[in-house]
Design a protein around this ligand. Structure first.
Ligand SMILES: Cc1cc2nc3c(=O)[nH]c(=O)nc-3n(C[C@H](O)[C@H](O)[C@H](O)COP(=O)(O)OP(=O)(O)OC[C@H]3O[C@@H](n4cnc5c(N)ncnc54)[C@H](O)[C@@H]3O)c2cc1C
Length: 447
């Protein structure tokens, strides 16, 4: 059996794993990144269907915030392209841009100001009540309830009853506000390909179509992993592990006696997962003026939709327009009737895309259950990045910081995990140039 040695192993090349591997290699840790699929990106990736680039989950990537910080630290250009109107809210018959034009300017300033005042005065909603409780208390009209449902669907693959009001508030009013959303001409995989190329260029090792099958332990710490690579099994010796497989799946990779009593059992009932259903469709004729990412107020199910080729024509063969429409089913975090949900989603698409029935349906993507959920945890129920094992961390969805959402929440979890790792796992032979980077990325180094 082959045996190899690395400083750090990262399990999974989703947004969180890719960001963690890139940061570790940047700091000087000899890093192995193992990914089960034949591509990077996880639920922010892209596959080709008859010449159309169809995303496996995520569509848009926040350009600033934690994503922007990662791209800047690596010194890479993710190649993202900004839609003419990055986010538009369809309110009845009116389309209101939320991130561009005068309405976008006012909306952004308003949220920033409310957030700043709330942080200064310490006034924010009390923990506990959900967004649904708040809507009930105000006897909210159906249109407001539908808008709230569509926003929680799009942001959290959840419904208002699943989302604490204070978490929703903290997300909307976070410092720095919402940074514009952008699309990559290669699809959601685009930015992660850029980060993967940079990781490999810096000497990182990436094994695609490979599986981490188990972790080995010595003295209460992870000492290695068994990896299936092609038809071979490779034993890898490592000093630290960062996992993007999800907290439960990561614990299941450990020998049961290596974990504290009750840990695995707790994770097995830890949280419900969230679901999202996406219909990808294409037409030779343009179907309505939905150019950027549209959120909807009053629909049966449709939470958001986009004409992807409005910004990135490369995503479809010449002469075609590529669209998607998505919703969280009801219940979003439990068993649902897929046929009934699809009927409601298609009815909405017919209404908002005249000519939808003549369009070509390319795929229906259902992200649900424990293996490929839209969200591994109900918002606010994420596990910390650290685990009971001192040299094992979780990153990505399921280990995001409070109010973190989407890819940027996963990228943030990766930064926090790597900062923590750098505090407890010293570099083998720090080089002068790298010590400075450790200090910059990990202000707590040496604590
Ligand atoms: C339909 C949908 C639409 C979305 N839209 C957006 C959006 O527009 N913008 C946005 O920012 N976010 C969006 N999100 C959320 C975003 O896609 C996810 O939160 C994010 O991509 C999850 O990343 P992650 O770090 O958890 O990694 P994951 O995507 O979960 O990737 C984990 C990877 O680990 C691999 N893996 C697991 N176990 C092993 C193992 N044992 N060995 C090797 N490899 C393993 C898996 O194959 C996978 O590739 C959307 C999600 C969905 C489902």
């Amino acid at each position: 059996m082959e045996r190899q040695e690395f400083d750090a192993l990262v399990i999974g090349a989703g947004a969180g794993g890719m960001a963690a591997a890139a940061r570790l290699q940047l700091l000087g840790y000899r890093t192995l990144l193992v990914e089960r699929c034949d591509r990077v990106g996880g639920r922010a990736s892209t596959v080709e269907i008859d010449g159309f680039r169809v995303n496996t989950g995520a569509l848009v990537t926040e350009t600033g915030g934690e994503n922007g910080r990662l791209f800047a630290d690596l010194g890479v250009d993710p190649g993202l392209r900004m839609p003419r109107r990055p986010v538009v809210l369809r309110l009845g018959r009116r389309d209101v841009p939320l991130m561009s034009g005068p309405t976008g300017f006012v909306a952004q300033r308003l949220l920033s100001a409310v957030g700043a005042i709330s942080r200064r005065t310490g006034k924010r909603p009390a923990p506990g009540p959900t967004l649904a409780d708040w809507l009930d208390k105000r006897n909210a009209k159906p249109a407001l309830r539908s808008l709230a449902r569509n926003l929680t669907s799009a942001l959290y693959a959840a419904e208002p009853a699943d989302v604490e009001l204070v978490l929703f508030w903290d997300y909307l009013t976070k410092p720095g506000g919402m940074s514009p959303y952008a699309i990559h001409p290669e699809g959601a995989i685009g930015p992660w390909r850029v980060v993967a190329d940079d990781f490999v260029r810096r000497g990182g090792t990436l094994w695609l179509s490979s599986d981490v099958q188990g972790l080995t332990f010595v003295g209460g710490r992870v000492s290695g992993a068994t990896v299936r690579r092609g038809g071979e099994v490779v034993e890898v010796d490592v000093r630290a592990v960062v996992s993007n497989a999800g907290p439960l799946q990561t614990a299941e990779l450990c020998p049961p006696d290596a974990l504290p009593a009750g840990y695995l059992e707790r994770l097995r009932t830890w949280s419900r997962t969230g679901a999202l259903i996406t219909i990808n469709f294409a037409s030779r004729r343009r179907l309505g003026p939905i150019d950027g990412l549209f959120f909807f107020s009053t629909t049966r199910r449709l939470a958001y939709a986009c004409e992807v080729t409005g910004t990135c024509p490369e995503m479809a063969p010449p002469g075609w327009h590529l669209y998607l429409g998505a919703c969280a089913p009801s219940p979003a975090t439990g068993e649902f009737d897929l046929d009934a949900e699809l009927a409601l989603l298609r009815a909405d698409l017919r209404e908002h895309f005249p000519g939808f029935d003549d369009a070509r349906e390319l795929s229906v993507e259902v992200c649900a259950g424990t293996d490929w959920p839209a969200q591994r945890a109900v918002p606010g129920k994420d596990e910390p990045q650290s685990t009971p094992i001192p040299n094992l961390w979780n990153v990505g969805d399921g280990a995001r910081p409070w109010a973190g959402a989407g890819q940027s929440g996963c990228v943030e979890s990766a930064r926090l995990a790597v900062e923590s790792l750098a505090r407890v796992v010293a570099l083998h032979s720090p080089q002068p140039g790298l010590t400075r980077q450790v200090e910059r990325v990990s202000p707590g180094a040496g604590e």
